[in-house]
Design a protein around this ligand. Structure first.
Ligand code: SF4
Ligand code: SF4
Length: 511
């Protein structure tokens, strides 16, 4: 066992160490380009425009002028190297262009050439280069090998945020007509139907009714999952994956049970049936705002007093950091509650109030660890204390599970590793990158499996859950080894009036 531990410890050190450099290893990897109709729906040109170079440079200038942080990020890097080995895609692929500083330089070198004195007159001295079609293709490839997870920025002494540079690059690409199919098609679906899946209101209602039946079959208790109910107190906005796929759907059942036991009135909306906001991934303020405004409209139309978000990492980032700017002020909501609130904040409050009857032994068949999702960990908060976004999910898990162990400290909380599929990369055309990018997280998981017998990992992000259920089998885990936090809550909750095994007469008593 000691030898096994040493092996695993060595492996995790290796997984977080600088890998052997493999220049050009991911050079040709590119996600599918968006079709003209998907581009145009978002207000972008359908395909590469003839004057793309002028347009790209004009957009870069515009972004640098409007967004001071972006300009500072392009100007401030001192090439200290602190970020080089902090990206999971670099660790997983060994491609030097996946080092955060190198990824930034793909754009910075062009910015210098056209917008700095030294770059204009002495380009060779400052690593400035012309914007060519080859450079544009390189941007498309490597800015779609960044999940905008912001891990590198935690280690940068200047706080340079590569995610912001990636978003800017994608926005420039969209503006010249070279957008990414996966993200742009999804944004289009939200605009026309209301959610990423393209699930229409009728299909959504049928799905929710089926789930209500499942809960009643399972527990004997009627628990509602209301849709479009005017006058409800709470609007729940959740990722559409929660309506459709495992393990997300078990999380939705968990939210419904918590609301039921808390005795609050709540509803989902068919108009705002999506928490995800892929406008963030493509760096488009306009598209992000349009999606956020759907939530405001749904809240107004339904007359709710509160908005609560389900388990979705980047959706919570957009909600926590930008919702009020994008779609506020929310002065028509009850100001006594956070606007918006996270479902985990709600559940943790109820646990502390003692509203929920919980039996953690119902999760004794598994041993848990928790994957901090990047956008929750590094771009938002929960509760009223610093670090609440780390503590509240763990508090809830520990209240409903007896067996819990954290992964290595360097891979959790603010240093958490991306699942490998975030930031608009959760598409099959990037599967090779996704598997390689997941390797540092998988190694940390393997360590707690070896040390403590961890069998399952919980997450509060729809993208993490989908990504892990696809890539965990490549690392020796079953696809259902990734679970929703509210799935654990759902397992442990004993609904009022629900018969438990202890209530049932044993054979002798029955006789
Ligand atoms: S933001 Fe994340 S994915 Fe992008 S370069 Fe930094 S560490 Fe890598
Ligand atoms: S850590 Fe910051 S300053 Fe240092 S190389 Fe990376 S981006 Fe540049």
């Amino acid at each position: 066992m000691a030898d096994g531990n040493n092996d695993i410890e060595q492996q995790i050190r290796d997984a977080l160490d600088v890998p052997c450099l493999k220049p050009g290893a991911m050079e040709g990897l590119k996600p599918f380009v968006a079709a003209p109709e998907h581009q145009e729906k978002l207000g972008f040109p359908g395909e590469l425009v003839p004057d793309w170079k002028e347009k790209a440079l004009a957009k870069m200038k515009d972004l640098a002028e409007k967004n001071r942080a972006f300009q500072v990020y392009l100007d401030a890097c001192v090439k200290c190297g602190a970020c080089t080995d902090k990206c999971h895609y670099f660790l997983g692929t060994g491609d030097p262009k996946n080092m955060p500083v190198a990824r930034q330089d793909l754009l910075r070198s062009v910015y210098r050439r056209y917008f700095t004195f030294a770059g204009k007159y002495f380009p060779w001295l400052v690593g400035a280069r012309d914007l060519t079609e080859e450079v544009l293709q390189e941007w498309y490839s490597y800015y779609h090998q960044c999940s905008e997870c912001r891990r590198c920025s935690v280690f940068c002494p200047y706080g340079i945020d590569t995610a912001e540079i990636t978003m800017a690059a994608r926005e420039i690409l969209d503006h010249v007509g070279v957008g990414q199919k996966y993200s742009n098609e999804i944004i289009g679906k939200v605009k026309s139907v209301g959610n990423n899946l393209g699930l229409n209101p009728k299909a959504l209602r049928a799905t929710l009714e089926d789930l209500e039946e499942d809960i009643e079959d399972d527990t004997g208790i009627s628990v509602r999952i209301p849709l479009d109910e005017k006058g409800a107190d709470i609007l729940l906005v959740t990722p559409s994956a929660d309506f459709f796929a495992e393990p997300h759907i078990d999380g939705l059942i968990g939210y419904a049970k918590v609301f039921h036991e808390a005795g609050v009135s709540w509803t989902l909306s068919s108009y705002a049936s999506e928490a995800a906001n892929f406008g963030l991934f493509i760096g488009s303020y306009e598209n992000m705002r349009e999606i956020a405004l759907r939530i405001r409209k749904a809240a107004e139309d339904l007359g709710v007093k509160r908005i609560i978000f389900g388990e979705c990492g980047h959706a919570w980032r957009v909600a926590y950091s930008f919702l009020n700017t994008l779609a506020g002020p929310f002065d028509f909501l009850d100001q006594n509650y956070p606007i918006p609130q996270h479902i985990l904040e709600f559940t943790w409050d109820e646990i502390q109030k003692g509203t929920l009857k919980l039996d953690p032994s119902r999760n004794d068949h598994i041993t848990l660890t928790y994957h901090d999702s990047c956008n929750v960990a590094r771009a938002s908060r929960m509760g009223d204390k610093p670090g609440g976004q780390f503590e509240i999910p763990r508090n809830v898990i520990k209240a409903v599970c007896n067996n819990y162990y954290d992964m290595d400290r360097d891979t959790i909380r603010e240093s958490t590793l991306c699942c490998g599929g975030g930031g608009g990369l959760l598409t099959d055309d990037l599967m090779d990158l996704r598997i390689k990018g997941a390797s540092p997280r998988m190694t940390a998981l393997q360590q707690v499996t070896e040390d403590h017998g961890v069998t399952h990992m919980a997450a509060i992000c729809a993208i993490c859950k989908t990504q892990f259920s696809k890539v965990m089998p490549k690392y020796g885990y079953d696809m259902d080894s990734i679970v929703s936090v509210h799935q654990l809550v759902s397992n442990a909750i004993i609904l009022t009036g629900q018969e438990t095994e202890e209530d049932e007469p044993n054979e002798e008593e029955a006789a």
